[in-house]
Design a protein around this ligand. Structure first.
Ligand code: CP3
Length: 354
């Protein structure tokens, strides 16, 4: 029941951070910066601690998760940490047969294609992910006034892996189910919404002071199909965490035509990829939401001058926004020079200091 208001977990210093202030569309001392995939392969210290440990196993070791999550905060001075995990972790935790193949991504043993296959998806309990609670406890103690972002994959993006059996460019099996058996599709997405909501609640109760729902592949959908067949499940996730009062970020790639709907699903902050300038994104999203984004991650390969010029462009388009969290338009690419990221954080802070 939603009648009881869960306790606020974040300290006053965290609540007053530039990142959370920007999410709430309040004045900020500088534009806050963090990077999707800031923890990971671009950092030599990450590759070192991950040596010989499979991806999913690394997500279940609280000390290792804590170290990896802290690495980009120490190195880059970003304004928020993002919990080190993966979108398939809650599925693995409830016993779905899957693995993350290096250089490929999530691969599922028995793809979900029929109603009987839904039996793979039982409810998620806090005990299933006790390592998350433990790691977040360690992390919030270490992070001090730096906020910790929790995250989960959105029902559509999770379904795309579960139905296809792995990464896809066309989502033909997932879309075949969506168009051909809308009832099964709706039940699948609803199950995933329940699991995702339970997983985000665990993270908020363990200390996450904001959450991001990654619907990375939603850009594959036409707006009418997104509205009919996907939005209700994502909205259910956002409604479930609403009572906690933590900012909810919603992000997908190639979602220019969906930005309004990503907000309507229940987000406080809409993540924008690099294809739509932020002032235009704000017009599409409408009032009452902050925006996050949106430097093209490949710009980081072009040298400091180009990075600074393109960053000024992003900041100029962000000038009239109600709230702006600077980020890339998608995740940090593994071959990115980490020093370019550190310089970018400094540059945004300097340019936007008030
Ligand atoms: O710093 C952070 O942002 C936190 C870490 C994080 C990971 N995955 C770690 C990871 C986050 C936020 C994710 C989310 C995720 N996982 C998404 C949504 C974000 C996005 O990029 O759109 C998606 C679609 C996945 C699924 C997934 N997992 C993919 C496509 C891959 C890459 C496969 C590859 O090797 O190129 C993974 C594996 C993965 N998740 C890695 C990391 C650091 C790489 C594996 C490794 O380091 O061994």
């Amino acid at each position: 029941p939603r009648s009881t208001q869960p306790p606020a977990v974040a300290s006053d210093a965290v609540k007053d951070s530039a990142f959370l202030r920007a999410c709430r569309r309040e004045p900020v001392p500088h534009t806050p910066v963090w990077f999707m995939r800031q923890a990971g392969r671009s950092l030599p210290e990450y590759r070192k601690v991950r040596e010989g440990i499979p991806m999913l196993e690394s997500c279940m070791r609280p000390e290792l998760v804590t170290e990896i999550t802290l690495q980009p905060v120490r190195r880059h001075g970003v304004d928020a940490a993002i919990y080190f995990s993966d979108i398939v972790v809650p599925l693995k935790a409830i016993g779905v047969g899957l693995d993350i193949k290096p250089g490929v991504g999530p691969v599922v043993e028995k793809p979900i294609r029929t109603r009987a296959d839904l039996a793979q998806l039982r409810d998620l309990t806090p005990e299933d992910v006790s390592y998350v609670t433990e790691a977040m406890g360690l992390l919030t103690a270490e992070l001090g006034s730096t906020p910790l972002i929790g995250f989960a994959g959105a029902p559509f993006t999770l379904a795309s892996y579960l139905v296809e059996g792995g990464p896809s460019r066309t989502y033909e099996n997932a879309k075949a189910m969506m168009y051909g058996d809308p009832e099964l599709w709706a039940d699948l997405l609803d199950r995933l919404a329940e699991i995702t909501a339970a997983f985000l609640k665990v993270q908020i109760e363990a200390g996450a002071s904001a959450v991001q729902l990654f619907d990375s592949w939603a850009g594959a959908l036409a707006p009418a199909d997104y509205r009919r067949s996907v939005l209700p499940a994502s909205a259910k996730v956002f409604r479930a965490v609403e009572p906690y009062g933590v900012p909810r970020i919603h992000f997908g790639v190639g979602t220019g035509e969906l930005l309004k709907l990503l907000g309507e699903a229940g987000a406080d902050v809409v993540g924008v990829d690099w294809r739509v300038p932020l002032d235009e994104a704000a017009r599409r999203v409408g009032p009452g939401k902050a925006l996050q984004g949106n430097l093209d991650p490949t710009v980081l390969f072009a040298g400091t001058e180009a990075v600074e010029a393109k960053t000024r462009e992003v900041l100029d388009t962000a000038r009239g926004l109600e709230g702006h969290v600077f980020n890339l338009g998608h995740g940090v690419m593994p071959s990115t020079d980490p020093d370019a990221l550190t310089r970018l954080v400094e540059y945004v802070h300097e340019r936007t200091a008030r």
